[in-house]
Design a protein around this ligand. Structure first.
Ligand code: PLP
Length: 422
């Protein structure tokens, strides 16, 4: 009866009985008035990224931005959530900047990478945020501001492009490659535009998986200092290392030029959604004020659970296993592509992260290839979403950490046959 009532098929009248509801006449709904009221969307923020689509269970989804559940520290996360639920934290509000112990953990990790002579960040410099996406929006609003130029790598993370667009900043693309951007390009762009910030992913960038050369990192930090500007360093893949260790540029800076973002979403759990911004001076205060205006504070329950996970001895063991699984999956996908779609080019073997950035043969129409692959059961992410301006070539992004690796050969075969058919 409850189910019938929930479906709206019957209604109960207490003391009288239960009756079949009169059939509802289906009225066509028309929200056209809203389009007139809202006007045309100002930018691409009206659409969701292709990476956010939910795929049917039988397809091979290579488009997602997350690792598969079986790569996550499931036991640690479940135990941590249960432990946190038993404490006071389940019923109290957390400070706006975050739980002090978690702030200290994020700052401590960065401090470990700081060379002698650099004053490391402290827990107070770390602001806990609910995923780094929200941090990007706050940083662009608070540090750059509407109408102001922001240097940004090309290609770069589509979510950063969305956040920047929503914050109303003006994007200045800087081409980036397997070693990072050319420091001379960065210097020139700062000089020409008077920008006060550069958003970059020096470590295992999304989408390419590239890591900046150490000299590039030093040169860009010098440039940023010379121009009295900020480097917004998005260290999204800190825990997703494969062939190299992460080397945060923020660890080299103690005068507040680097605003550092570090997320646990992809390595602990997408359901915990805990990240941090590490910033110093007035930039820290402004970002905190923006976060407080937007969401007041992050659930202490999730913060406590995240801290519990990353301070367990099992966390380090998990990261070692995670690295090996990422390596095996990456290599399997690369060899499947080399065998089945040899006309495609991988310009950068990803040293970390979750993705292969694949250049299709010249003349390939990306939207056609993506559509045809999808009709045959493989979902790819079209590369245009990662470019702040026109795409530099026919690229697609393939995630090697989410789909079943046993189906990589099949997926590469489908891509190869779509390309062979032209
Ligand atoms: C480069 C980069 N930055 C930020 C984010 C957002 O991360 P979070 O899940 O912490 O919001 C992502 C997500 O894929 C990303 O790739």
């Amino acid at each position: 009866m409850r189910q019938l009532a929930a479906l709206g098929l019957v209604e109960s009248r207490p003391g009288v009985g239960t009756f079949v509801r009169a059939a509802r006449t289906a009225r066509p709904v028309d929200y056209g008035w809203q389009t007139a009221a809202l006007g045309a969307p100002p930018n691409r923020t009206a659409a969701l990224s292709s990476t956010q689509r939910t795929a049917a269970p039988d397809v091979i989804g290579l488009h997602s931005g997350y690792p598969a559940v079986d790569l996550l520290p499931e036991r640690l996360v479940r135990q941590a959530l249960a432990r946190a639920a038993r404490t006071e934290i389940a019923l109290t509000r957390s400070p706006a900047a975050g739980l002090p112990a978690l702030q200290a953990w994020f700052a401590g990790e960065l401090a470990e990478a700081a060379p002698a002579g650099v004053t490391p960040a402290t827990g107070r410099d770390a602001l806990i945020i609910s995923g780094s996406q929200s941090g990007l929006s706050s940083i662009f609003r608070a540090v750059v501001g509407p109408g102001q130029p922001l240097l940004i790598e090309s290609p770069t993370y589509w979510g950063a492009l969305l956040a920047a667009e929503q914050a109303g900043v003006v994007l200045v693309p800087i081409p980036t490659g397997p070693q990072g951007p050319d420091p001379d390009d960065v210097e020139r762009a700062f000089a020409q535009t008077g920008a006060r910030a550069f958003y970059a992913q020096p470590t295992f960038a999304n989408p390419t998986g590239a890591q900046w050369a150490a000299e590039t990192s030093r040169a860009v930090l010098d440039t940023v200092r010379r121009h009295g500007a900020f480097l917004i360093e998005d260290d999204w893949a800190h825990d997703l290392a494969i062939d190299a260790e992460p080397r945060p540029i923020a660890a080299l800076d103690d005068d507040g030029h680097v605003v550092y973002l570090r997320s646990l979403t992809k390595s602990v759990s997408p359901a915990l959604r805990v990240a941090a911004v590490i910033a110093r001076g007035p930039a820290r205060e402004r970002i905190l004020a923006d976060r407080a205006a937007e969401s007041m504070y992050v659930s202490g329950l999730l913060q406590a659970a995240a801290l519990d996970v990353v301070t367990q001895p099992g966390w380090r063991t998990h990261l070692r296993g995670f690295r090996e699984q990422l390596r095996a999956r990456r290599d399997l996908l690369l060899s499947a592509l080399a065998a089945q779609a040899p006309e495609c080019v991988v310009e950068t073997v990803p040293a970390g992260g979750l993705n292969v950035w694949l250049r299709l043969p010249e003349g390939a129409e990306v939207s056609h290839v993506v559509r045809e692959c999808e009709l045959r059961g493989v979902i790819l992410a079209p590369g245009a979403e990662w470019f702040p301006a026109e795409p530099a070539g026919p690229y697609v992004r393939l995630n090697y950490a989410s789909a079943d690796p046993a189906r990589f050969a099949e997926a590469a075969g489908i891509l190869g046959s779509v390309l062979a058919e032209g």
